[in-house]
Write a protein that binds this ligand. Sequence first.
Ligand code: GYE
Length: 325
Amino acid sequence: MKSRVIHCGLCLLMTGLLLCGCGKKAEEQVEPTLLLGVSQIGSESAWRIGNTRDIEEQADRYGISLMLENANQKQENQIAAIRRFIAYKVDVIAFSPIVEEGWDNVLKEAKDAGIPVVLVDRDVSTQTEGLTTCLIGADFYKEGVMAAEYLIRKADSLGMEQVNIVEITGTENSTPMRQRQAGFVDTLAGDPRMQVMESIDGDFLKSRGAECMRSLLETYGDSIDVVFSHNDEMTLGALPEIEKAGFTPGSDMIIISIDGGQEAIDVLKEGKINCVVECTPKLGKELMETALKLKAGEAVEEVIHPVEEVFTDEMDPATIEPRGY
Ligand code: GYE
């Protein structure tokens, strides 16, 4: 990520040269670019990699200079990155908080420096109100609801009387983990057939998805009817474990995933995943437009949720467009 920062520095230097009349096109009026500092969580999933790529592409499209830092899954790296953005006097800070708590101090520092902060993808929970300007990200609660609604339809169609569920959750205390779980559990609450036997933390990682599935299979074996996994990566880690244990995912066990990356959709087409709730990583365009508005001192919407759908074994898989992540 350092090279990106250096690259930004060079861009600024070049802009400066043009502005002070040292460049060839000195007579042209060059608009100062907006400098956007983005702290990304890491590279834990195809979703995250697609999200980073989208932010980079959209920044280029909008002519916005980007200081993009990858925190490698560590909150302290995100806090350090935000502090660097403040020191560098960026125009706008955007970040995807790995967990909800623990941001009060650094966000107060950004506020004191007069730099607006945009939450991308995930939310924060702070003691002081008003430390961030807006949130651009999915409605995770609704994603959990859509997953549960599919399960109710599926259990109806199979005439199931008892449905034993295991849940592999995303990073503990992160917004998608909390909200996906809440939406799922709340929606199933009125259905006496549904029983979540265990929820286990898979941290949104493929390797953890495999480990969690091994342990769930050891404990519950063939009494597992449903695996609800909070992202595709963990699902893709869990599937080979189910097969190794002698079960056929998609028929012996109902598999429900979230994200909708191409790899999971291909596996849905093979019949080994039954339902994938879409969560789009393409938040870059909204982010750039929001950053430009904030720089211009315009009002922005407090919450922007992208429209999302659900892909299931109830539909014709040929109708699913290539996903792009
Ligand atoms: O589902 C997962 C990623 O916050 C929505 O984080 C995001 C989640 C996404 O690593 O794959």
